[in-house]
Design a protein around this ligand. Structure first.
Ligand SMILES: *[C@@H]1O[C@H](CO)[C@@H](O)[C@H](O)[C@H]1NC(C)=O
Ligand SMILES: *[C@@H]1O[C@H](CO)[C@@H](O)[C@H](O)[C@H]1NC(C)=O
Ligand SMILES: *[C@@H]1O[C@H](CO)[C@@H](O)[C@H](O)[C@H]1NC(C)=O
Ligand SMILES: *[C@@H]1O[C@H](CO)[C@@H](O)[C@H](O)[C@H]1NC(C)=O
Ligand SMILES: *[C@@H]1O[C@H](CO)[C@@H](O)[C@H](O)[C@H]1NC(C)=O
Ligand SMILES: *[C@@H]1O[C@H](CO)[C@@H](O)[C@H](O)[C@H]1NC(C)=O
Ligand SMILES: *[C@@H]1O[C@H](CO)[C@@H](O)[C@H](O)[C@H]1NC(C)=O
Length: 761
């Protein structure tokens, strides 16, 4: 153990008060493949100068680069607890002059949920690594309006010049030193007035959307850069497209504009010297195009859409090689798409329920600059979609949701990012609320009218993980996640064929197995208003499920635990209350009034009549399957977060709190604080280093002021940080952990936005 010894010596010199080793361990990390993306992809941006170079940005899971085999490489996995909000990417810019340069405008929320100002991340090697430059305001990668844009743009005639359109009333910012420092363009006339919901007291929907896009007229070259630049602003009913003709010194509203709706995207066509603008709002959007030379606008709203404009327009693409070829995507209801998370989920539910009736996004394509359009589908006899004219052949690549409800009919929804490869007119990509779609035979749209549409999101893992288990039989892993349900991962490197079905919850919030019969598994659904009870049981390791009618309709979400003999289920739902509830032998759940609402819960994995709860600094136990509960004499400090149990030993448990981790081997009669931990969230017990030894404990915890993922083999005498510079896993307090009972140092890490990782020693 040279490594450990060396670590001890060097750290002991620095930190003499720590008795054991505080060190690092290097593990190999890979994504558990869910496939199909799993989350919203607001935009995909091709570099205009280098063939094949493209980037996708997500709202909670960072940025990705496209590979030549259609897969994607994540670029921002370094984001750790300090830089968790780097996974919210509000804009990206790939340099038309030097394609090695990539800029990301990062930051999660502009309201109080994220205390940090935004950051410009700059890479000079296409995203392999980045330098960070602070912005003097917040950036909202997961805020309403995140699909507009891009808000960040590089001058194609001088790539030291960038403009960024800020949110929250901060206006327009400019950099003249390639993104390193930024100053406000004080002459810019509008900071934006539109807010989705002025009454939202959280600040989420009441913050100003601000400037929505920046588009350079690349034909307006001067010795110092482009002279003509257009900027779109989220204003409704007042001027919202502005132009400068002197490189940004003076600005004016573009004459003749129709400002009834919000300009969503602005795309400049160099060949046509035209700016295309897509608009959207809840009332009825339209498209427009502006001829720069004459300065006149032309309404090019697709005629097929005019009678049915409830959805708004989002994605907008031109074919750089074919002047006049333009595509636009229906966004769905603009206001619905804006109101994350409530309405997003509502929309999701709506799509699932009515999918065969009305809800599929349409995509429009014009070859003549918007005079005439064709659509990717048409109505037959409303509400039946005619798939024959033009037929789309949908091929599903690695989308576990595809065969159940997406591929059969869905072009998608929330389509904000739509792009045609500037070097290949056949290659197109668009982002949806769940995945990236696209294909390689787009030109067939115009000839044989048979376009192959594929899910092309391999490598993108964007789920927000809510629960993981690694039971001793079956598995090896089962997951539950936000929006797209949960999965039995029989092979960590292969996308499961399907999400959990019957019931299919979409958002699923927790999962547990019965210690005495680990093929019996319970999960909790997070869907309000569902006609399925939000507790489901499996008796075959998660292959098949049935809804448990013990759960009253209308109660949903939260945490769940099942006793070792599977006869008792504890549930702390998230609504209508967070009371601890109990069901025995499938009887209806009742409130346990003697336990505090919102308690952490767990079942002993060996002793069938023992279950635990923890709240504040109290640990509770029942030894009679929940008939009565008592406070244990374990003295904890801080506020309890989570209980983890030894899967093989009755009465051994760990409680994480806001001040540490407390270990008990006697059903909570006594508990000992593990050394060095000052705050802890999730924990997992896994295979010991040697057979029969102390189980490995993994914890998302604060040790030496570092919020990270830690590992100990001796109950905290020595701790090793196991996340590393390349795998930060985002915010430590949202990590979901499970550890393999058979393989030492195999830990499963669920993140909030980058799916699940697993380690190999
Ligand atoms: C990126 O990596 C290269 C090669 O390892 C290194 O030379 C460079 O300093 C790194 N840049 C940043 C910003 O970390
Ligand atoms: C954000 O930037 C503003 C303006 O420079 C500054 O006043 C504020 O302190 C910054 N906030 C943080 C958390 O750094
Ligand atoms: C703006 O466009 C909308 C939708 O097409 C239309 O109803 C309205 O009349 C237009 N306003 C003007 C001033 O042209
Ligand atoms: C469309 O293309 C697919 C894939 O090449 C093919 O299987 C299908 O028969 C074609 N359909 C029509 C109507 O041509
Ligand atoms: C449990 O308590 C909550 C909050 O008081 C209440 O809304 C709910 O109806 C109760 N459930 C049962 C089954 O008594
Ligand atoms: C389970 O717990 C009960 C109550 O503490 C105890 O009486 C019993 O011996 C335990 N059983 C096992 C197998 O540990
Ligand atoms: C996150 O990474 C940065 C850059 O490597 C580092 O300075 C910081 O200490 C890390 N934070 C944590 C909590 O590990």
């Amino acid at each position: 153990m040279f490594g450990a010894f060396a670590g001890f010596v060097s750290l002991a010199l620095l930190l003499p008060s720590v008795s054991g080793t505080i060190g690092t361990q290097s593990l190999t990390w890979q994504n558990v493949r869910i496939g199909g993306g799993g989350g919203f992809v607001p935009n995909i941006v091709f570099n205009p100068s280098q063939k094949g170079l493209a980037f996708a940005r997500t709202d909670i899971g960072g940025a990705y680069r496209l590979n030549s085999d259609d897969t994607w490489t994540p670029l921002t996995d370094f984001a750790n607890d300090t830089t968790w909000d780097y996974w919210g990417i509000d804009a990206l810019a790939t340099d038309p002059v030097n394609p090695n340069n990539l800029y990301l405008a990062v930051g999660a929320y502009t309201n109080s949920w994220d205390p940090n100002n935004g950051t410009i991340l700059k890479s000079t090697n296409m995203g392999n690594n980045f330098s960070s430059y602070p912005l003097p305001f917040k950036v909202g990668g997961n805020m309403p309006g995140r699909g507009m844009g891009e808000r960040l743009a590089i001058d194609p005639n001088n790539n030291n010049i960038l403009f960024f359109g800020a949110r929250s009333g901060h206006g327009l910012y400019k950099s003249t030193n390639a993104g390193e420092t930024w100053s406000k363009v004080t002459s810019f006339p509008s900071v934006g007035t539109y807010v989705p919901d002025p009454t939202d007291t959280t600040g989420y929907n009441s913050d100003i959307i601000g400037l929505s896009w920046v588009a350079f007229d690349s034909t307006s070259k001067t010795s110092s850069g482009s002279s003509r630049i257009f900027v779109g602003v989220a204003n409704m009913g007042s001027n919202n497209v502005f132009v400068t003709n002197d490189g940004g010194s003076t600005w004016s509203a573009v004459a003749g504009q129709n400002n009834t709706f919000i300009p969503h995207k602005g795309v400049f066509s160099r060949a046509e010297k035209s700016l295309y603008v897509s608009y959207a709002n809840g009332a009825g959007p339209y498209d427009g195009t502006l001829d720069v030379t004459s300065g006149t606008w032309k309404d090019i709203t697709p005629a097929a859409a005019v009678s049915d404009l409830y959805y708004g327009f989002g994605g907008l693409a031109i074919d750089a090689q074919k002047p006049g070829t333009v595509m636009v995507a229906a966004l769905n209801e603009w206001q619905v798409a804006l109101m994350w998370p409530g309405s997003y989920l509502l929309l999701f539910w709506f799509i699932r329920v009515f999918d065969h009736a009305v809800k599929d996004a349409n995509i429009f394509r014009s070859l003549d600059g918007g005079n005439t359009w064709t659509t990717i589908w048409e109505w037959a006899d409303y509400p039946v979609i005619n798939r024959e004219l033009p037929p789309i052949y949908i091929c599903v690549a690695e989308d576990p949701l595809g065969d159940t409800d997406v591929s059969e009919k869905l072009v998608g929804w929330m389509i904000e990012g739509l792009s045609i490869d500037p070097f290949d007119s056949n290659h197109w990509l668009y982002g949806t609320g769940e995945t990236i779609m696209g294909g390689h035979d787009l030109l067939k749209w115009d000839t044989v009218q048979n376009v192959t549409l594929e899910s092309l999101a391999t490598g993108i893992e964007e789920t927000s993980v809510e629960g993981l288990i690694a039971p001793p039989v079956g598995g090896p892993l089962l997951s539950v996640v936000g929006d797209i349900g949960g999965f039995l991962h029989t092979n960590l490197n292969t996308a499961p064929a399907t999400a959990f079905q019957t019931p299919d919850y979409g958002t699923t919030t927790d999962i547990d197995f019965a210690g005495g019969n680990p093929l019996i598994i319970v999960r909790a659904g997070g869907v309000s208003g569902s006609t399925d009870p939000q507790i489901a049981l499996s008796r075959d390791g998660g292959n098949t499920w049935y809804a448990l009618y013990a759960a009253a309709l209308g109660t949903y979400g939260g945490k769940v635990a099942i006793s070792a003999d599977s006869n008792t289920i504890l549930w702390v739902p998230s609504s209508p209350s967070t009371n601890v509830m109990i069901s025995q032998y499938s009887s209806s759940f009742t409130n346990i009034t003697s336990l505090p609402a919102g308690s952490a819960i767990a079942a002993d994995k060996v002793n069938a009549t023992v279950l635990y709860a923890a709240s504040g600094s109290k640990l509770y136990i029942t030894t009679n399957s929940g008939s009565t509960w008592s406070t244990t004499s374990a003295s904890l400090t801080g506020s309890a977060v989570k209980i983890a149990v030894n899967p093989n030993v009755a009465g051994e448990l760990w409680v994480s709190t806001s001040t540490g981790i407390f270990h008990s081997t006697n059903y909570g009669k006594t508990a000992t604080a593990l050394p060095s931990v000052t705050n802890a969230w999730n924990m997992a017990l896994g295979a010991p280093a040697t057979s029969g030894g102390t189980p490995a404990l993994y914890a998302a915890a604060t040790i030496e002021n570092k919020n990270a993922l830690w590992h100990t083999d001796n109950n905290g005498a020595d701790w090793y940080q196991i996340n590393d510079a390349a795998h930060g896993f985002g915010s430590a307090d949202s990590l979901i952990l499970a550890a393999d009972p058979h393989t030492y140092k195999r830990v499963y890490v669920g993140t909030n936005g980058r799916g699940i990782f697993y380690s190999t020693a």
